[in-house]
Design a protein around this ligand. Sequence first.
Ligand code: ZN
Length: 268
Amino acid sequence: MIQRLDPLTQRLLARSVPHGPLVLMYHSVVPGQSAPAWRWAVSMTRFIEQLDLLQAHGWTTANLTELLPTRPLPEKTVVITFDDGYADNYAAFEELAKRGMRATWFMVTRDIGQKSGWADEVPPQPMLSAEQLRIMHAAGMEIGSHTLSHCRLLKANAATVAEELVRSRQQLEQILSQPVTSFAYPYGQFDDAAVTAVREAGYQTACTTRPGWALRDGHPLRIRRISIFAGDTLSTVARKLVFADNDVSWRQLAAYYAGRLAHRLRLS
Ligand SMILES: [Zn+2]
């Protein structure tokens, strides 16, 4: 069943003016329409509705490297990103390509063409192949690194971190015959040392999982992202575009506005 926006969300979305570009984070895109059990996955039906929502409201898709301050972006710019590199993302790529939209993938490079080999909430999943990555790249998609092994950067020693960062970049560059300059921190975990290591490994842009407008920190290696979850409705996704936050329940938004009102009353 096609979802519609509730009337209040429709009004909020129509009136909102973005505070810069937004980056959305996806993981697995599961065929069909029933909500996946894994919170970080979305169904293909929902994913397509979300693409249609973006297009219907005038959002332009960009690749992550385009957030570097080289040229101005359209007011409504969104970067769609996929972490890990699950094979089910290939169908998502085809839906994007069909619509002339673009996206950026962050690959766990050791597992390309195999099954996910790191301990996770889900059993091992088939991953995109090198050949698929070449096709996606040729179609205008960006491919970046998510380390060799989905490494917890804050728990590894400096030599391991450097190897995870550099070798994964080199592996992708070999597959794509192109420089690779984008990265996403596994588990969203980073600190100053990790940011420095990412820069020294040759990356220019890196995504965290902190919610907010992408460039709020003014730092291309600390880009913020909005998470899209299995349970998101079309209206919650729309409010994520409006408020650049992961929690856009009416209860949360009411608390936010009540706080602002209380602040104004104290000032007056
Ligand atoms: Zn990941």
